[in-house]
Design a protein around this ligand. Structure first.
Ligand code: 13P
Length: 284
């Protein structure tokens, strides 16, 4: 059962308290490599894509590549659109057969966020797709989206009301993590994850995974973070791998050898996160 719903992947991870890695891929090589890492570790995996990459490659082509490459492997995989504030782009992905979207209306007022997210949930569920909801902007810039300023934090009551009113399938609260490379150690609000899950048991999404320690990941996963986002680490591995290979092989011009080396490094990086998150062997 290669391509499955986001709901089924998150339900199992949340129930058994392991994390499913959600990697931000940006081309066929990185897409194939994270699926290969999942196959080698018998892990479920979430392939996610930024809006910027969707605009460059196209929602239809990305879905075709994903389905073709995922169907070659006997592990559960699902395709997700990361931080999308644009209703039309999310709708285009759903129409192209994507499994899930993060409709990010976190820059709008609470009431407007509830209204637009509810509309997105109605649309996505018609396609059997899932919606990740966000109320507070996650700190840090990701593919031109976001801000380095800390966003306002809502009360527990508002967060729970948002989850109930909108019918979202997972929730991404601000808990002190940030997109990109950490310039100072993050102060993580574990209690907030615990109180949200206690009040409304819905899978929590951990943004800003790059740079967290194994212990931080594992504590957050144990509290209910079922989807764990990794973007910057993949970009760093990818770029560094090119640099390392080219400087070690200055007269090699066979692109397939170069790409094989980069792919192997991305597979190894993805596998190491799957081990930390406890998803190894969880592909049902
Ligand atoms: P990092 O870039 O810190 O890994 O965060 C990824 C993320 O949260 C994507 O939404």
């Amino acid at each position: 059962m290669p391509v499955v719903s986001m709901q089924s992947i998150l339900a199992d991870a949340f129930a058994h308290r392991y994390g499913v890695a959600a990697f931000n891929v940006f081309n066929d090589l990185t897409l194939d490599a994270v699926l290969e890492a999942a196959a080698q570790t018998n892990s479920p995996v979430i392939v996610q894509v930024s809006v910027k990459t969707v605009k460059q490659i196209g929602a239809g082509l990305l879905q075709l590549m994903f389905a073709e490459l995922a169907n070659r492997r006997p592990i559960p995989a699902t395709l997700h659109l990361d931080h999308c504030p644009d209703f039309a782009v999310a709708q285009a992905c759903l129409e192209a057969g994507w499994n899930s979207v993060l409709f990010d209306a976190s820059n709008l007022s609470y009431d407007e966020n509830v209204r637009q997210t509810t509309e997105m949930v109605t649309l996505a569920h018609r396609y059997g797709a899932a919606v990740e909801g966000e109320l507070e902007p996650v700190k840090g810039v990701e593919d031109d989206h976001g801000s380095d300023e800390e966003g306002a934090i809502v009360t527990l009551e508002q967060a729970v009301q948002f989850m109930r009113l909108t019918g979202i399938d997972s929730f991404a609260p601000a808990i002190g993590t940030a997109h990109g490379v950490y310039t100072s150690a993050p102060t993580i609000n574990y209690a907030r994850v615990a109180e949200i899950v206690a009040a409304q048991p819905l899978p929590i999404v951990l943004h800003g995974g790059t740079g967290l320690s194994d212990t931080q990941f594992q504590q957050l996963i144990a509290l209910g973070c079922a989807k764990v986002n990794i973007s910057t680490a993949l970009k760093i591995t990818y770029a560094d791998s090119y640099r390392t290979y080219l400087s070690a092989h200055p007269s090699e011009y066979n692109p397939l050898k170069l790409l094989d080396a980069v792919r192997a490094d991305v597979v190894a990086m993805a596998k190491s996160y799957m081990q930390i998150f406890g998803s190894v062997g969880r592909a049902a």
